[in-house]
Design a protein around this ligand. Structure first.
Ligand code: CA
Ligand code: CA
Ligand code: CA
Length: 196
């Protein structure tokens, strides 16, 4: 018989089954207590236990009330929904948290690479990096804020490629990307919103 994803208790609050927890302990960097805690937080945001794209975008609108997070949330959704079933469930969610909170340097930046590689062909192009930079600016309303932000998305992309595209083929392989990020600890701040 197939294990249910969760079982209901008297409180009617969904709980993870022991089998699911044991499996998540195995495949993430979290212990049982942490998984339980993340599950409750996940349910607060997402009481039905899974989010489709529209719901996920809606959540980001409430997280960034003064920005326009729609585009960025779409790109994020594509990386969260790794099994591409159109939903982010707790398994999708916890595996991203595990990577971003407790993963190795390489795992974290691989994940970011995967987000920037919008068409998932294994390379980041100028166009892909520009689209994500523009989406991050819209999300955080960077355009109107302080001085360093005067650097346009295009200037930032050029700076990134000058630094990372070692073989000058106008696209970044995963190796080029990881080597570039390793050489500059401040890279994360340019590549992602501050809330990461
Ligand atoms: Ca999914
Ligand atoms: Ca690509
Ligand atoms: Ca290259």
């Amino acid at each position: 018989m197939q294990q249910p994803h969760y079982i209901m208790f008297h409180s009617r609050k969904p709980q993870l089954s022991a089998g699911t927890i044991a499996q998540l302990v195995k495949i993430t960097h979290f212990n049982e207590a942490e998984i339980q805690q993340h599950y409750q937080t996940f349910l607060n945001d997402c009481p039905s236990g899974k989010a489709d794209k529209a719901y996920f975008i809606q959540l980001h609108r409430s997280m960034y009330p003064s920005g326009d997070p729609d585009e960025f949330a779409e790109y994020l959704f594509a990386v969260f929904d790794r099994n591409r079933d159109g939903f982010i469930d707790f398994n999708d969610h916890i595996s991203v948290l595990s990577t971003m909170m407790k993963g190795s340097f390489e795992d974290k930046y691989k994940w970011i690479f995967y987000m920037y590689d919008i068409d998932k062909d294994g390379f980041i192009t100028y166009a892909e990096m520009s689209r994500i930079f523009i989406a991050i600016d819209k999300l955080t309303c960077r355009v109107i804020k302080s001085s360093w932000i005067q650097e346009s998305p295009e200037m930032r992309v050029n700076r990134m490629f000058a630094k990372m595209d070692r073989n000058k083929d106008n696209k970044l392989s995963l190796d080029e990307f990881l080597a570039g990020c390793r050489s500059d600890p401040a890279m994360l701040a340019t590549l992602s919103p501050s809330s990461f």
